[in-house]
Design a protein around this ligand. Structure first.
Ligand code: PLP
Length: 446
């Protein structure tokens, strides 16, 4: 069994099945085995696989031009995507830099914040604050923000110093804090940290409105985001919402923070933006942030060879057109609640279910050795990897996370179905997951 776990999680590809086809929620490998995509891969495939409209839009764009270098040309897809995303975001989030994924989007957000203060002559504001049990990406800047100890270890010493404050996790509150006080206490921690560093030193606070990979889907409690907004405003600190995983409709609102009635100054979005059809992400920012940047420097000093890639933007336009036309974000809001109920029914009677949480089609399940004490299973049991291996064998793709995330050794699994998953598929995902979890628990003798 240990061998199975190692094989199924190899990042190099050894031992992994070879993918052949994808249609809707079903992936098929070259041996003809089918897998139901219960997590949209890593919460990416919002329309499932093989969507003909999206494929056709990309082919049509390729027939015209694949890539008109952004710093020589604008393009119809780039302009339409800018207009659409601006409209979907609402407020004054109208400016954007399109990049090739989440980490690049986060790097762009950090640079926009630094450039904003530089353009205002506030060169002392160079520091960022982020949170424990967070994941912002694998590039060095994004990794420096990320509270995910295991993934940082090899790079310590080369990462810029970013203070990490407590995440607003009601299931695992900071020591001595009652669950109902988590939002206020964690927001206060932000203010205390800003005051400790000196407000004139802090450029931005970066956080995931709903934590993804590092926490197994953790929505902040009501009121937290509003308090964070007030604190940032009080001290002139920019608020950066990393919506790479939780955004683009996944939580049942197009922006995750829409749920909280809050606008950030800068927001990142990626996975669901292009639905995985081509690599695409964006740093979206407000007119207020754009103003000094444009006035002093003529525009953002960030960008890459593939910034605003024409075919990738065409994919994003096609995906977002369908999401909007078919009312899929509203569907996710309604079906997400149903899915959580179906899942709770399927998992009923499993004593090791600690928590089922989430918003929309972004659902996290935390598995514990003891429900009362919330004690996790020993890390060496690698339960989260065994669940994934069992699910894979049962033809279900889920997204496990676990290991040592800032001192908390735990096992969580994310289910994040495509927005157009049918009722039957949602039931099938829940059923296969319950079977796989029971098998994995049996494997470790629980
Ligand atoms: N930010 C968040 C919240 C993420 O979940 C991720 C990836 O999982 C990233 C950033 C990095 O995105 P990418 O893997 O596309 O570089």
């Amino acid at each position: 069994m240990a061998g199975d776990v190692a094989e199924s999680t190899s990042v190099a590809g050894a031992g992994l099945p070879k993918i052949a086809w994808g249609k809707g929620l079903v992936l098929t490998d070259v041996d003809g085995k089918h897998y139901l995509d219960g997590s949209g891969g890593p919460a990416v495939y919002c329309l499932g696989h093989g969507n003909e409209e999206v494929n056709q839009a990309i082919k049509d764009q390729l027939d015209r031009i694949a890539h008109g270098y952004r710093y020589n040309f604008t393009s119809d897809p780039l302009e339409e995507l800018t207009e659409r995303v601006g409209r979907l975001c609402g407020g004054t989030l109208k400016q954007m830099v399109f990049v090739s994924g989440g980490s690049e989007a986060v790097e762009s957000a950090l640079k926009l914040a630094l450039q904003y203060f530089a353009a205002r002559g506030e060169m002392s504001r160079r520091r960022f604050i982020s949170r424990e049990r967070s994941w912002h990406g694998n590039t060095l800047g994004a990794l420096a923000l990320s509270g995910f100890r295991e993934r940082r270890l090899s790079f310590e010493g080369a990462l810029v110093d970013v203070p990490l404050i407590s995440p607003a996790n009601v299931y695992r509150p900071p020591a001595g804090v009652a669950p109902e006080d988590v939002g206020a206490a964690c927001a206060q921690e932000l203010e205390d940290k800003i005051l400790e560093l000196g407000p004139d030193k802090v450029a931005a606070f970066v956080f995931e409105p709903v934590v993804g990979a590092a926490g197994g889907v953790v929505p902040a409690p009501p009121g937290y985001a509003r308090k964070v907004r007030e604190i940032c405003d009080r001290h002139g600190v920019l608020m950066i919402a990393d919506e790479v995983m939780c955004g683009a409709g996944r939580c049942g609102t197009w922006r995750a923070l829409e749920h909280d009635g809050v606008f950030p100054d800068i927001m990142t979005v990626a996975k669901g933006l292009g639905g995985g059809y081509l690599p695409l992400g964006a740093a979206v920012y407000s007119d207020r942030v754009a103003e000094p940047i444009n006035a002093v420097d003529g525009g953002p000093q960030t960008g890459h060879t593939f910034t605003g890639h024409t075919a990738a933007c065409a994919a994003g336009v096609a995906v977002q057109r369908i999401v909007e036309r078919d009312g899929l974000v509203q569907r996710v809001a309604v079906k997400g609640e149903e899915f959580k109920r179906i899942l709770a029914d399927a998992l009923h009677g499993i004593a090791q279910i600690g928590d089922i949480r989430g918003r929309g089609f972004f659902t996290g399940i935390e598995i514990v050795a003891d429900r009362d004490s919330k004690e996790p299973f020993p890390a060496e049991k690698a339960l989260f990897l065994r669940i994934r291996a069992r699910a894979f064998a049962n033809g279900l793709i889920c997204y496990p996370s676990g290991g040592n995330v800032d001192g908390i050794k735990g096992d969580t699994v994310i289910l994040a179905p495509p927005y157009n998953a049918t009722d039957g598929e949602l039931s099938e995902i829940a059923g296969r997951f319950a079977v796989s979890l029971r098998q994995a628990l049996k494997d470790i003798g629980a």
